[in-house]
Design a protein around this ligand. Structure first.
Ligand code: UD1
Length: 425
């Protein structure tokens, strides 16, 4: 297992090209099961993307990577039951459920267990699929799903705008008989990206201005070429990294309009921002100001994934910042690790109060989850001395070459392999 060694104190300066969005690539890869040949551009090199390709291969598809492009050819045969070892490689493997049911009329998958962010229920996914004609048996941690007759459209109202449930229903509905309506659907940009991809494959998907997703089932989908949208969370993380170091960074291949709830926080912290077509320029003051209140919400609200890197930013800011996490139960796992650097954070239930300290110091830490791990890197870039960050496999799930990108803008960060670490004692 590799680790990062991060020496803080150097202001980052330069340009970073933001990679494609993990959270878009994964459902689109699942959707590729339904078409013929998919050519997916801007597909980041991440362990979660690799895991999705492994599942596709198991399901009878062939996958080939050429640079940032993945070509997927859906096969004739394949198995509808995904082994546990493949399901557990990726947290979001449940997004394959709708596509597998659509493709094979049957799916056997393991139930996702709890994860680093707390319990990860899928009741909304299952309720919706049942309403579309899927019989589901839950048995010893497995879900056995069969279509009774033909998958049919349904008028659905989600009790919460779950991203994964919206995607699963879309994937099931594109080949179902009749119309599906998803009211109170998730409105994240990744949903629109999936809709665009499915439309390019011949599906009939429309999102109303109120965010209702309307799908008219078609008999078959064909192949398509598509470019994944930029990763808004990776973008937010690079902005945090530049901001904590008092740096200046230009992000390219980014969509500022996908970050409308997050960008004002940087201005509040005293940074100067300029946005243009596909670009964001951030210039930070030597010391950041507090951010009054960050409350995570479904899109277009402040996204929960950006909460952890922004918290890292608040740790060294002047004044007290308050965070309210409304999406996931346990999204403050990074707090104990940040405290090792001298951060002063008090958590009570869903509220975290961060009292900014003058200076963070280096520490030895471990990543607790993907975004929590990224927050440790952000904080370490501002801390005095050299920090060691272990269990960076979490970071590899969602950031392509985080260390290389940070080095390219002046960050002192190296990735050290375990063997090397042991050799050096
Ligand atoms: C997706 C994103 C993740 C992001 C999250 C919220 C991917 C691969 N992951 O996760 O990065 O943080 O959206 O924006 O796209 N819930 C239920 N029952 C369900 C489904 C969800 O209670 O059936 C709850 C969850 O426990 C959680 C909340 O709803 O508390 C949000 O979950 P959801 O929107 O489904 O997130 P994911 O799709 O898992």
């Amino acid at each position: 297992m590799d680790e990062y060694l991060v020496t803080g104190g150097r202001a980052l300066s330069g340009e970073v090209q933001v990679h494609g969005a993990k959270n878009s690539a994964l459902p689109i890869l699942a959707a590729a099961l339904l078409g013929e040949e998919t050519v997916l551009h801007n597909c980041p090199r991440l362990t979660d993307v690799e895991a999705a390709c492994n599942i596709l291969e198991y399901l009878g598809c062939s996958t080939r990577r050429e640079g940032q492009t993945i070509v997927i050819r859906a096969g004739e045969g394949g198995d509808y039951s995904i082994p546990d070892r493949l399901m557990s490689e990726m947290r979001s493997s449940i997004v394959f459920l709708g596509a597998v049911i659509s493709r094979f009329g049957r799916a056997v998958v393991s139930m996702p267990g709890g994860c680093e962010l707390g319990p990860r229920p899928i009741d909304i996914h299952l309720d919706c699929l049942r309403k579309m004609g899927v019989e589901i048996r839950e048995d010893h941690g497995h879900l056995d799903c069969r279509v009774a007759g033909r998958l049919h459209g349904a008028r659905l109202t989600l009790p919460f705008p779950s991203v994964g449930a919206t995607e699963n229903v879309m994937l099931a509905a594109v080949l179902a008989q009749g119309e599906t309506q998803i009211h109170n659907a998730a409105r994240e940009p990744e949903i629109a990206d999936l809709a665009d991809f499915l439309t390019a494959c011949g599906a009939k998907v429309r999102i109303t201005p109120e965010g209702t997703v309307l799908i008219q089932g078609v008999a078959a989908l064909h192949g398509a070429e598509h470019r994944v949208i930029p990763d808004r969370i990776a973008a937010a993380t690079y902005l945090c990294a530049a901001a904590v170091t008092g740096g200046r960074v230009r992000l390219t291949q980014v969509r500022p309009d996908h970050l409308t709830a997050v960008l004002p926080v940087f201005e509040e912290a005293g940074c100067r921002l300029q946005t243009g077509a596909g670009e964001i320029l951030l210039e930070a003051p030597p010391r950041l100001e507090r951010v009054r209140m960050v409350r995570t919400m479904p899109y277009p609200g402040f996204c929960t994934d950006a909460q952890s890197p922004v918290m890292a930013m608040a740790c060294g800011a002047r004044g007290t910042s308050i965070f309210v996490e409304t999406i996931f139960e346990s999204r403050y796992k990074q707090v104990d690790e940040l405290a090792r650097m001298g951060a002063r954070i008090k958590v009570e239930g869903r509220v975290a109060v961060v009292e900014g300290v003058e200076k963070l110091h280096s520490a030895s830490m471990r990543c607790t989850d993907l975004r929590g791990g990224a927050s440790l890197v952000v904080a370490a870039l501002a801390a005095e001395g050299t920090s060691a960050i272990r269990e960076i496999r979490h970071i590899d799930r969602g950031y392509e070459d985080l260390d290389r990108h940070l080095r390219s803008i002046g960050g002192e960060i190296i990735r050290r392999q375990r063997e090397e670490r042991e050799r050096q004692g």
